[in-house]
Design a protein around this ligand. Sequence first.
Ligand code: GDP
Length: 455
Amino acid sequence: MEDTISAVATAWGEGGIGIVRISGPKSYEILQRIFIPKRPPLVHRQLTYGQIVDPSNQNVIDEVLAVFMQAPHTYTTEDIAEIHCHGSSVALQRVLALTLEHGARIAEPGEFTKRAFLNGRIDLSQAEAVIDLIRAKTEKSFDAAMNQMEGVLSQKICAIREKLTDLLVTIAVNLDYPDEDIEEITYEQMDNSLRDIESAISLLLETAQTGKLLREGISIAIAGKPNVGKSSLMNQFLRESRAIVTDIPGTTRDTIEESLNLRGFPVRLIDTAGIREAGDIIEKIGIEKSKEVLAGADFVIFMLDGSRPLTLEDREAASHIREKKALILVNKTDLDCVLTEEEAKSLIPDASVMFTSMESGEGMREAEEYIFRMLCNGDVVSEQMPFITNVRHIDCIKKAQEEIQAALLLCQSNQALDFIEVNVRQGFEYLGEIIGETVSDTIIDEVFSRFCLGK
Ligand code: GDP
């Protein structure tokens, strides 16, 4: 029989309420022992007012609302009890301790959701969406996670796997009963099916880049020599978009870094000026650090002072970003502009050039639009398509695609069916890893280890 697990499901700290959640066969028994309803009986799925009392000494621990939900229609599909305490960590600790004394064990991080997965209520990609949902910093990231949690991705994956199953069955019949009077599959038919499957996979992958950015966010470094307007740009961005409250450590002493919501994308904006200043004592360290940040950034905004001719310092600053995706902003257009687009572009030939003024705000909308389009990869993503947000999923889909492409090549050179079958089957397995059907325990443990306690 499964253990009964218990944990505080709400965040630690002060709060109006805090919830202790218990899941497993002993949930009801534990609740009965420690909860005394004001007006018995305790009705299934009905929130009931009462007290948590320590049965060993009759001490009242807290006044609470409690609910019992019977299996199987619960989060974990097991019996679940929830105790809504006052949001004090003392109350929560005491109630949690009582549940442990009376037969529960403390839940591991993500164990409630893991049980929902192991008991077959949700698949692995849906379970992963739960954590994305909790961590989402913008509406768009939240929506993408919600979409995945509701099974949109799973449905697409299952649909492709069904086509692969059909193909595998046909191949197997042809291999196993070659002499029987069955319809023989032709290479042309197989080629058609494989192409159809390959294009369905490619379509899924199209959303991967945008999806990954939505889930993980994007880091944009602002570079340029001193006084071109980098901090002013940072302030403009912060004024126009809402800053995100983030728990990711990063605003360290020597980097000026802000998190913001750029049209639904979580963005980390890093001003490399802060890094240089920190290097005052040993300038070299500052420059090295600046290079490091630039190398790690997904995108660079390189700024120039349009009211002054280019200098060696501009060229030196630009030389570190040749390899990066970049946008050049020729700033201070409210002053007399002496820089041309060609001159600016000569510094980083692959970058686009835009003109801005941090003083008047000119060009800011266009710059933001440019960055947004770059984030969306230029594609308009259709509403029905799920975003593939998770690197693990992207990896599995790419591997599946490679297998199908390999099968196509074999098919085109009329190779033996059993060769082709190997790749098709492997593609089927890779897609199965996404939803957790063909996945190792190591991967499952790895997925759930990222969860927080009580989820
Ligand atoms: P940073 O050293 O690159 O971070 O540059 P700052 O943002 O600190 O700006 C340096 C100076 O240029 C400040 O005095 C700003 O007010 C000024 N500045 C920044 N952008 C503009 C602009 O578009 N027009 C004008 N006229 N001044 C600007």
